[in-house]
Write a protein that binds this ligand. Structure first.
Ligand SMILES: [Zn+2]
Length: 494
């Protein structure tokens, strides 16, 4: 990226100001904390992602004019030898890779990518592009429902298709019950489930093209459980990002001399043909099409995106060793979504900003204001104790003893409700919240320095014990309402 660092800095300043407004953070809150809290990536990482996407696009269309200006052969060669091409340490030192380096990395990744001289949309016949495909996505509940649908269509050839993506394989397949044929294909690991489903339909149509007895049917019905592929066949858009297989499907259907209907059915509802093809796709008897079915360039975005998230997480952890350690103790990894996303009590701004400030640990406490040189001393306004920080206000200040009893009762109730929920719901559900609770619980066992009021916590039932550090309360999102109520009835704002 060869842009003036001065200009880039200006953009950073604007983004950081916006983050401060969004999160309600004080001016001292570290930037990496605000980025994590709002789940908004640092601009330098976003620029990197945008550059990678641009390079992929250039390669996908074989744009020699642009690519010859970007990649110098020698740079390309040297970049292939060193991976990863950008690390968290580079970001920390503001060492961003040049676009030639990004191109080298992306070229390495794009070996099996679909490349063409024109965007796929222009390679499709105009008539095929605009013809209306017969797509039926009406609701089907189960096998009985589907049989009823079939009863209106006599003398049709039913073909079932399916795609699957697991941790280490991507597969496509089709099943023709009338002619007793099943075929499965192994695809490149980087293909998306969408590509796998679309490729299954494409291969089915290729199979139909070569069938000898095709004239005897009134209609071909292709049964798929992928609503997204069927919808993109139905609602057509002229966009360069549309999967190239969709255009291949259009071309074949247009050239076939028989009616084709695409029918959606739900998966795993006992619809026989769908079950057979699903089973076949998950077995091992398949043809290797990993080099035949080229990866659409947009499928590679997922890889790049995950990669950038890993980089951001690494960077977040590195910066957290120096800045914002209070927050890093609560938020050890970058969250996938901000805590206030879908949080049942987070319906007013004050609630969100109050909890955010508690999580940041940068609040209007006497200790913090004194550190910022705004006040002369760090004494509590209520009891004159020295070093009046968050822990003092929430855990110790004698002025708030009554409110603290209410807080403890609230927390205990919230923890009990949580336990009941855990017992009734499936605990194996991978919920980040549950993991947080686990980590809080393990911390509880070794908590020194118990404030007098909280000593009364349940000791016979350690799972329900009230956390004894502010950060441990903050690590459990279900306790936010209790904390917010405490702040509202004591210092009012923080
Ligand atoms: Zn006090």
């Amino acid at each position: 990226m060869n842009i003036s660092p001065v200009l880039l800095k200006k953009l950073d300043v604007i983004q950081n100001m916006a983050l401060r407004i969004i999160s309600g953070a004080m001016c001292t809150t570290p930037i990496n904390n605000m980025e994590a809290e709002t789940c908004i990536q640092p601009l330098c990482i976003r620029r990197l992602f945008a550059t990678e996407k641009f390079c992929l696009k250039v390669l996908a269309i074989n744009n020699d004019i642009v690519s010859s200006r970007i990649c110098l052969p020698e740079v390309l060669q040297s970049s292939l030898q060193t991976t990863p091409y950008v690390s968290a340490a580079d970001i920390l030192n503001s060492q961003y890779p040049l676009i030639t380096r990004v191109m080298g990395f992306v070229t390495d990744l794009s070996g099996n990518m679909h490349k063409s001289q024109l965007w796929p949309v222009y390679e499709c016949k105009y008539e095929a592009l605009i013809c209306k495909l017969n797509v039926d996505t009406s609701f089907i509940l189960d096998e009985i429902d589907f049989k009823e649908y079939c009863s209106n269509k006599t003398n049709s050839l039913y073909l079932y298709t399916d795609g699957s993506k697991s941790l280490n394989s991507v597969k496509s397949g089709y099943y023709d019950p009338q002619n007793k044929t099943t075929k499965c294909f192994n695809l490149d690991q980087n293909c998306s489930i969408y590509t796998a489903e679309a490729y299954a339909i494409y291969q089915t149509l290729m199979y139909v093209q070569n069938l000898n007895n095709i004239e005897q049917y009134n209609e071909i019905i292709i049964v798929s459980d992928s609503k997204s592929v069927l919808l993109s066949l139905q609602n057509f858009s002229f966009n360069y990002k549309v999967n190239y297989i969709v255009y291949k499907i259009r071309n074949i259907v247009y050239n076939l001399n028989i009616n084709v209907t695409f029918k959606w059915v739900p998966s795993h509802r006992g619809i026989k043909g769908n079950e057979v093809v699903d089973k076949a796709v998950n077995s091992n008897h398949d043809e290797d099409h990993s080099n035949i079915c080229k990866i659409p360039f947009t499928d590679l975005y997922t890889n790049l995106k995950n990669d950038k998230r890993r980089l951001w997480n690494e960077y977040y952890k590195d910066v957290s060793k120096m800045k914002g350690r209070w927050y890093a103790e609560i938020q050890k990894e970058l969250p996938i979504k901000p805590w206030y996303h879908n949080h049942k009590d987070a319906n007013e701004r004050k609630y969100i900003t109050t909890i955010n400030r508690l999580r940041f640990g940068h609040c209007q406490t006497p200790a913090h204001l004194h550190r910022m040189k705004i006040t002369d001393n760090n004494k509590c306004t209520y009891c004159e104790a020295d070093g009046a920080d968050l822990t003092h206000i929430i855990m110790r200040c004698p002025k708030f003893n009554m409110q603290r009893l209410a807080l403890v009762a609230d927390i205990r109730e919230a923890l009990n409700t949580e336990e009941e929920e855990n017992e009734t719901t499936n605990t194996s559900a991978s919920d980040a919240l549950e993991e947080t609770v686990e980590s809080v619980d393990s911390n509880l066992m070794s908590m020194p320095d118990l404030p007098a009021q909280i000593m009364t916590a349940d000791t016979c039932h350690p799972r329900n014990a009230v956390p004894r550090r502010v950060q441990d309360i903050l690590a459990n999102q279900k306790l936010y309402k209790c904390l917010f109520n405490f702040i509202s009835t004591t210092v009012e704002q923080i």
